[in-house]
Ligand binder design. Structure first.
Ligand code: NAD
Ligand code: IPM
Ligand code: MN
Length: 362
């Protein structure tokens, strides 16, 4: 899936690396290896700076997102390569909320771009579907909605307890993600944009989505605009994924529909994403989490992270290097040189080494 450069950083880039927890620590180094291998031309230079933010540091020092981190990342780095956060020793998930949601909100990364692309026909659980049938982009609103953490408890820990979680939707926030989806479709000659909400039940928040969508779509007459309620979208994406080029939806629904999409294209081990503010320092992470059930076993699939790095290189304007990563992933899938989640018997590092070699040999 082509992504036009959103930040032309020129010949040199500085990347902050936050591997995080669990398999984030296993897959991210493989991604760094693949990128280094892709940067062969003397015209390009890349510097990686690692940050040990995650559960270990949080448990040891009580620090999640260090003071000054946001300004430092915004001012000194072009992009952030992120692994995953989440650790059974932190049941509140507080450090993940501070670091991951903190960076999404404080860097104002309002676009969560989650492409769904089937790289090899055998990977989809859908019958008689091939690569041409499963190729769409999910744009998830990433700066507000149910994720803002506005709410509270009343009469906590009593039988009368009440918990409130507010869904915050601003006209500006809704408009900029919908507009981004249309602009992306226009730039990439894609014909169809589908906005999905639950306006039949959420009569304030998603009424706003309806009104803004109807207003913005008028500026894109060449694009076929469509609306589906989120429950119907979930059904239609499985029934006939060919219908979709671009899907745009709110924060929570985008989280869910992107895992569904990931599974249509081979599973979470293969799904990339970018948390983007066009023109600003942006954060790239695989869609999957820290997978505590397989962490430490050396079997996590690094390809989702490597495809994520491909998106990051595209974002930097380094398209041919991004293509090199995608082509190597395609070859690994074709030759079945893959981890157990995809039916193979290879380890994380073995796959990472194979990709780095393939990229270098191109
Ligand atoms: P998960 O994505 O970590 O795992 C879901 C399932 O997919 C597991 O069976 C796991 O083994 C498998 N899986 C995921 N990535 C894989 C890979 N690369 N290779 C092979 N198998 C893979 O989701 P979860 O279990 O719901 O969450 C675990 C933790 O991760 C939680 O703390 C959650 O909050 C966190 N999480 C973080 C992020 C993030 O940092 N962006 C995203 C999702 C979940
Ligand atoms: C994701 C994750 C996060 C989210 C969690 C860890 C808060 O599931 O990036 O998809 O819901 O955004
Ligand atoms: Mn998710």
């Amino acid at each position: 899936m082509s992504v036009k450069p959103l930040r032309e950083c020129g010949p040199a880039a500085r990347i902050a690396v936050i591997a995080g927890d669990g398999i984030g620590k296993e897959v991210t180094p493989e991604s760094v290896k693949a990128i280094r291998s892709a940067i062969t031309s003397a015209r390009r230079q890349i510097e990686f700076v690692e940050f040990d933010w995650g559960a270990d540091k949080f448990l040891r020092e009580g620090v999640s997102l260090p003071a000054g981190a946001v300004e430092m990342l915004a001012n000194e780095f072009d992009a952030i390569l992120f692994g995953a956060l989440g650790d059974p020793r932190v049941p509140s998930n507080q450090h993940a909320a501070d670091i991951l949601l903190g960076l999404r909100f404080k860097l104002d990364l309002f676009v969560n771009a989650r492409p769904v692309e089937l790289f090899h026909d055998r990977l989809t659980p859908l019958r008689d579907r091939s690569a041409n049938d499963i190729r769409f982009m999910v744009f998830r609103e990433n700066s507000e909605g149910l994720y803002v953490g506005v709410g509270g408890f009343f009469k906590k820990d009593t039988p009368d307890e009440i918990a409130v979680q507010e869904d915050v939707n601003s006209r500006k926030g809704v408009e900029r993600i919908i507009r981004h989806a249309f602009d992306y479709a226009r730039r990439n000659q894609l014909k169809r944009v589908c906005m999905s909400d639950k306006s039949n039940a959420m009569n304030f928040a998603h009424d706003l989505w309806q009104r803004v969508f109807k207003q913005v779509l008028q500026e894109y007459p060449e694009i076929e605009s469509r609306h589906l309620y989120i429950d119907t979208l979930a059904m239609e994406v499985v029934r006939d994924p060919r219908q979709f080029d671009v899907i745009v939806t709110c924060n929570l629904f985008g989280d869910i529909i992107s895992d569904l999409g990931a599974q249509l294209a081979g599973g979470l081990g293969l799904a990339p994403s970018g948390n983007i503010h066009p023109g600003r320092t942006s954060l790239f992470e695989p869609v999957h989490g820290s997978a505590p059930n397989i962490a430490g076993k050396g079997i996590a699939n690094p390809l989702g992270s490597i495809l994520t790095s491909g998106m990051m290189l595209d974002f930097l304007g380094w398209k041919s290097e991004g293509d090199a990563l995608r082509n190597a992933v395609r070859s690994a899938l074709q030759e079945n040189f893959v981890t157990p989640d995809l039916g193979g018997d290879k380890g994380t590092v073995e796959v990472g080494d194979w990709i780095a070699e393939r990229v270098a040999d191109r």
